[in-house]
Design a protein around this ligand. Structure first.
Ligand code: AMP
Length: 301
């Protein structure tokens, strides 16, 4: 196993999504699909997840074409399906239906070779499964986690237990307010830090992201995109890009975290340019570096 390999637990899904600019039915989605693809631009990724017998093999072939190890994806029953839409303000996904299907009974089965993973991304999935993966891994260098409103509403207690055990917590602004019951993002971040993580990152959709540590605070700009078609998966691309970059650098001091946030934002901005993972299929490392430099210019004063 490469020392910078990232183990990602999350959903591999079929998504039906409608935005003001079009729609897709049963397209490749899921937090682990987006996160691992974004991660793969910096570091190799492995997925722990489950799909159904109905999952199109070409989707697995795509993930494998990015060098992603999919041998930890079980196949059973019917694939997790998410249906949602966005209105003109594309910062907020509205869920129409969440069909857990085979995810409802998924029990983590960790191949022994995965137990020595040094970098762990607990992407958006049932916090019970996030905890099972945490328990199964021997001594990770870095654990980053994400979640969403669905789990904050239905599994808050379990979620807080996971947060106590991670190094970096990534949330969006709405989720931070919901989880900590405050309108102030600073207060929410302080509460999150008091639970244990050394860094809390709050994403603000197209408006960028904030980093909070015990004594520092950093604000990354959003990339001013001209063409936004579908923001689904931007949060997962942000998290996957961030952890992939940190694993590549082999450190997560504040300066490296700041750069990782900008790389995460760059991946998220490209992802929004097309439906499903389509934009990531043609994305090149040179595109990422180009937009990273532009982000630097935006912030210079
Ligand atoms: P985001 O980065 O927040 O836009 O994530 C979008 C992805 O999350 C979609 O591809 C969905 O399949 C997936 N998703 C939706 N609801 C859930 C959920 N409750 N748990 C895990 N993944 C979900």
């Amino acid at each position: 196993m490469a020392t910078n390999e990232v183990l990602i637990v999350g959903t591999v899904a079929l998504d039906s999504v409608k935005t003001p600019f079009g729609h897709v039915q049963n397209a490749l989605g899921g937090s682990a699909s987006y996160a691992s693809t974004a991660c793969s631009f910096f570091s190799p990724a492995r997925i722990i997840s489950i799909v159904g017998e109905d999952f199109p093999p070409e989707h697995l072939a795509f993930l494998q074409s990015r060098g992603i190890d999919t041998s930890g994806i079980k196949k059973e029953g019917k694939t997790f399906h998410w249906e949602g839409f966005y209105e003109f303000d594309m910062n907020e996904a509205k869920t129409i239906r969440t069909e857990l299907n085979s995810l409802a009974t998924f029990a983590i089965g960790m191949p022994p070779s995965y137990r020595d993973a040094k970098y762990l991304f607990l992407a958006n999935i049932d916090p019970k499964l996030q905890m099972d993966v945490l328990d199964a891994v021997n001594a990770p260098h870095l654990v980053v986690m994400d979640t969403m409103n669905f789990w904050i509403s239905s599994r808050k207690r379990e979620l807080l237990e996971v947060i106590r055990r991670v190094d970096v917590l990534v949330l969006n602004d709405g989720e931070a307010r919901q989880l900590f019951g405050t309108v102030s993002l600073l207060k929410a971040a302080r509460q999150a830090l008091s639970l244990g993580p050394e860094a809390v990152i709050i994403k603000k959709g197209e408006h960028g992201a904030l980093l909070f540590t015990d004594d520092r605070h950093f604000s990354a700009p959003g990339y001013p995109l001209e063409e936004v078609k579908d923001p689904t998966g931007c949060g997962d691309c942000f998290g996957g890009g961030l952890v992939g970059y940190l694993a590549k650098e082999g450190k997560h001091d504040e300066k490296t975290l700041r750069k990782a946030i900008v790389y995460g934002s760059v991946l998220a901005s490209y992802n929004a340019e097309d439906f499903s993972l389509n934009r990531l299929r043609t994305l090149k490392s040179g595109d990422i570096e180009g937009r990273y430099r532009e982000m630097k210019d935006i912030r210079e004063f």
